[in-house]
Design a protein around this ligand. Structure first.
Ligand SMILES: NC(=O)c1ccc[n+]([C@@H]2O[C@H](COP(=O)([O-])OP(=O)(O)OC[C@H]3O[C@@H](n4cnc5c(N)ncnc54)[C@H](OP(=O)(O)O)[C@@H]3O)[C@@H](O)[C@H]2O)c1
Length: 180
């Protein structure tokens, strides 16, 4: 099976993944009475593990719900020396360059990875290590916050695979990398 790095994320109309206070409540700004998962369950059924930045990991640790992931979670951080005791059985800390980190994860048999967190996604994009992105746009302008995208050393071309509308309000675009 080939290695694949995928992004599945929601952004505001102005391209933020967290608001000025780091909050994500705006993700629920469109009523979703039937709890449409917008393809999340199907997406996660096709990944082997998650790789997330320390900030996203801390956000998820702070949720007042049971741990939401069934697949292994690898956390990138230079500042953490270990995963907090409360989550030692839930996540693994990984360190090194992205190439080293990926080698480590692939060697454990996890090939299809869900890459999460804005800084983390950008670090992968800077090394041209993202193969597909599924981006759901919420119709809200946050006016500031954490951007999904940032500076890159060079252009990266993607092609649109599919576009879907959910709840009559959210547009979900699925892109894959081309011309590599
Ligand atoms: N809208 C959505 O769907 C969505 C999805 C995910 C997250 N979010 C939100 O977005 C915010 C987090 O995004 P973010 O951009 O601030 O951060 P992030 O990518 O989750 O975390 C950034 C941190 O990850 C670590 N890191 C990233 N790349 C690394 C590398 N190559 N090597 C070592 N460590 C690395 C660093 O941790 P250290 O500082 O510890 O070294 C860095 O400060 C949170 O508020 C979260 O709730 C929203």
């Amino acid at each position: 099976m080939n290695n694949k790095n995928s992004v599945f994320i929601a952004t505001s109309l102005d391209g933020y993944i967290a608001d000025k206070n780091g909050g994500i409540n705006w993700l629920n700004s469109v009523p979703n009475p039937n709890n449409d998962d917008m393809g999340y369950i199907e997406f996660t059924s096709n990944i082997d593990a998650l790789v997330m930045g320390r900030k996203t990991f801390e956000t998820v640790m702070g949720f007042d719900v049971p741990w939401p992931y069934e697949k292994p979670v690898f956390v990138l951080s230079n500042s953490l020396n270990e995963i907090p005791n409360s989550h030692k059985d839930k996540a693994v800390l990984v360190k090194g360059t992205l190439t080293e980190v990926l080698e480590q994860i692939h060697s454990k048999g996890y090939k299809r990875l869900y890459i999460d967190g804005g800084t983390t996604i950008n670090n992968f994009l800077k090394k041209d290590l993202i193969d597909e992105m599924i981006i759901t746009t919420i119709p809200i302008l946050l006016g500031g916050g954490s951007s999904l995208f940032g500076d890159l050393p060079s252009e990266l071309n993607f092609e649109l695979v599919e576009s879907k509308v959910f709840l009559n309000q959210l547009v979900q675009n699925h892109y894959k990398r081309k011309n590599r």
